[in-house]
Design a protein around this ligand. Structure first.
Ligand code: SF4
Length: 436
C-alpha cells in the first residue's frame, strides 16, 4: 500500500481478500492421568476470522502467548490447524494436497524472528537463498544464481557475501538473508513473525524500511506479527488485536491508535512508551497475567482482567471498586484468597504478641479490602450489604458459600455471554458487550 495511505485504509473486508481465514482453530491436546489420556486442550487459536487484502500490511498484535505466532504458522500449514479454513486467492489451502501445498509454498512464505536459528549454519549464504528455488521452482542453476545475486543486493548486501557462512553476519544482516530467501520464490504473501524483535532499535528501523520498499517493488501482502505497537504503527495499514486465542478488534491503524474501542486494545496502547506526564498517569495496568488457554474464562475471555467489565443492572458504583469486587470473586472461585497469609501478615503488622488465629475477623476483612483495592464502603448500599456478607463468609472459612453468594449477586453479562465480533458504525470490528 502507498505510504501516504498507510494506516488509514478504510477496508472492512467486503471486497475480495487475498487471504481469508475462517473459524481457524489450533488446539494442542493435554494429556494426564496414569494412562496418559487426553484430558483437555490448549486452545492456542480458537475460532479466528480474518481477511487480508492484496497489497496491504495487516498487523497482528497481543501479549506473548496470545496465539499470534500459532495463527501465523497454522494459516501457512507449517503446523496443521485443528479446524476452520484458509483460502488464498480463492483456493482452500486447508484442503490442498501435499503436492499442491508445495506449489502454494511458492506463494506464501514466512520470515521468522530468530534469523540465526532459521539459517542453516553449514550452508553458504548463496545456497541458503537459492535452496527454496531449487525445491519450489523450475529455474535452472544459472537462473537461480542470477536471481540470488539480484536478491542479495535488493536486501542491502552484496555479491561477495554469498560465499560466507551465516554466523559471520550481524543479526540485522541475518534477517536480510532470511528476507532474500523468502523472496527467492517470488511469493505474493509473507508472514513476518516478529521480524525485528531480536534486533537493536537502530537496526529495526532499517529492516522495517526494507520490508516496506520490497512490498512496493514485489507487490507483496504482509501479515506482520508483532508485540511492539510502535513497530505496528510504523508499518501496518490495519491492525488485528488478539487476546487468548481470539481476535477482539480489527481497525485501520491510525483509527485504532487514535480511538481504540476494545478495553484490551486501550490497555495495550496505554503501555506504548510516550514522553508526556499525562501519558504515564493514563497508563492502564492490567491485573494478573493472561489466563491459561487450556481453561479460558467463560463469556468474554478478557472479563477476568478487563477494567471496563460491565456491572450488573441492579447496582451502580465506582468502576474501579467493581473491578475489585470481580477480583475478589475470582480469588474465591479459584480458592486463592490466601486467608492464612493475610492473617499472618495482619498479626505481624499489629505489633502485638497475638498469633494469626487471634486476629479479629474485622481486621482480616479490612486487610482483604485493602489488598484488593476495595473501598471501605461501596457507593451502592445494597451492593455493600452483599459484599459484607460475602467477606464475612470468606473470613469464617466458608469460601465456597462466599463465592456462590457473590457470584449470583454480582453476575455480569461479560462472564455469561461471549461477545461476537461485530462491525461498528465506523467500519472497525470489535468483540465487546459495550458495543452490543
Ligand atoms: S465484553 Fe465486558 S469484559 Fe469483555 S472487553 Fe467488553 S466490557 Fe470488557
Amino acid at each position: 500500500m502507498a505510504e501516504a495511505d498507510r494506516g488509514t485504509a478504510d477496508w472492512t473486508g467486503e471486497e475480495d481478500a487475498l487471504v481469508e481465514i475462517r473459524d481457524l482453530k489450533k488446539y494442542y491436546p493435554v494429556k494426564g492421568g496414569i494412562l496418559n489420556r487426553k484430558v483437555g486442550d490448549v486452545k492456542a487459536v480458537d475460532g479466528v476470522d480474518l481477511r487480508i487484502r492484496e497489497g496491504e500490511t495487516l498487523g497482528l498484535v497481543g501479549e506473548s502467548g496470545c496465539g499470534k505466532s500459532t495463527l501465523g504458522r497454522s494459516l501457512l500449514r507449517l503446523i496443521e490447524p485443528t479446524g476452520g479454513t484458509v483460502t488464498f486467492d480463492g483456493e482452500d489451502v486447508t484442503a490442498a494436497s501435499k503436492s499442491r501445498m508445495r506449489e502454494l509454498r511458492r506463494e506464501m512464505q514466512i520470515v521468522f524472528q530468530d534469523a540465526a536459528s532459521s539459517l542453516n549454519p553449514r550452508m553458504r549464504v548463496g545456497d541458503i537463498v537459492a535452496e527454496p528455488m531449487e525445491w519450489l521452482t523450475d529455474l535452472d542453476e544459472a537462473e537461480r544464481r542470477e536471481r540470488t545475486r539480484t536478491l542479495i543486493e535488493e536486501v542491502g548486501l552484496s555479491e561477495e557475501h554469498l560465499g560466507r557462512a551465516p554466523h559471520t553476519f550481524s543479526g540485522g544482516q541475518q534477517q536480510r538473508i532470511s528476507i532474500a530467501r523468502a523472496l527467492s520464490v517470488d511469493p505474493r504473501f509473507i508472514v513476518c513473525d516478529e521480524p525485528t524483535s531480536a534486533l537493536d532499535v537502530s537496526v529495526q528501523a532499517k529492516i522495517l524500511n526494507l520490508l516496506d520498499d520490497l512490498q512496493d517493488e514485489y507487490d507483496l501482502t504482509y501479515l506482520v506479527i508483532n508485540h511492539d505497537m510502535s513497530v505496528v504503527r510504523h508499518v501496518c495499514d490495519r491492525v488485528a488485536v488478539m487476546y487468548l486465542g481470539k481476535i477482539v478488534e480489527v481497525a485501520p491503524t491510525e483509527r485504532l491508535f487514535a480511538d481504540p474501542k476494545h478495553p484490551y486494545t486501550k490497555a495495550l496502547l496505554s503501555a506504548v512508551p510516550r514522553a508526556s506526564r499525562e501519558a504515564v498517569d493514563d497508563r492502564i495496568v492490567l491485573g494478573g497475567s493472561p489466563p491459561s488457554p487450556e481453561n479460558p474464562p467463560s463469556g468474554c475471555r478478557f472479563h477476568t482482567r478487563c477494567p471496563a467489565v460491565i456491572q450488573p443492572e441492579d447496582y451502580e458504583f465506582d468502576q474501579a471498586a467493581w473491578r475489585a469486587v470481580m477480583d475478589l470473586r475470582q480469588r474465591l472461585d479459584e480458592d486463592e484468597l490466601g486467608l492464612e497469609a493475610i492473617r499472618e501478615r495482619v498479626a505481624a503488622e499489629s505489633g502485638s504478641t497475638d498469633g494469626p488465629d487471634d486476629v479479629p475477623d474485622s481486621a482480616v476483612r479490612s486487610a482483604i479490602r485493602t489488598e484488593l483495592g476495595l473501598p471501605e464502603r461501596l457507593g451502592d448500599p445494597a451492593a455493600e450489604r452483599t459484599l459484607r456478607e460475602g467477606l464475612a463468609l470468606a473470613v469464617e472459612g466458608e469460601g465456597e458459600r462466599a463465592s456462590e453468594l457473590l457470584g449470583s449477586a454480582f453476575a455480569t453479562v461479560c462472564e455469561e455471554v461471549e461477545p461476537p465480533i461485530e462491525t461498528l458504525a465506523d467500519g472497525r470490528q470489535c468483540a465487546c458487550h459495550l458495543y452490543d
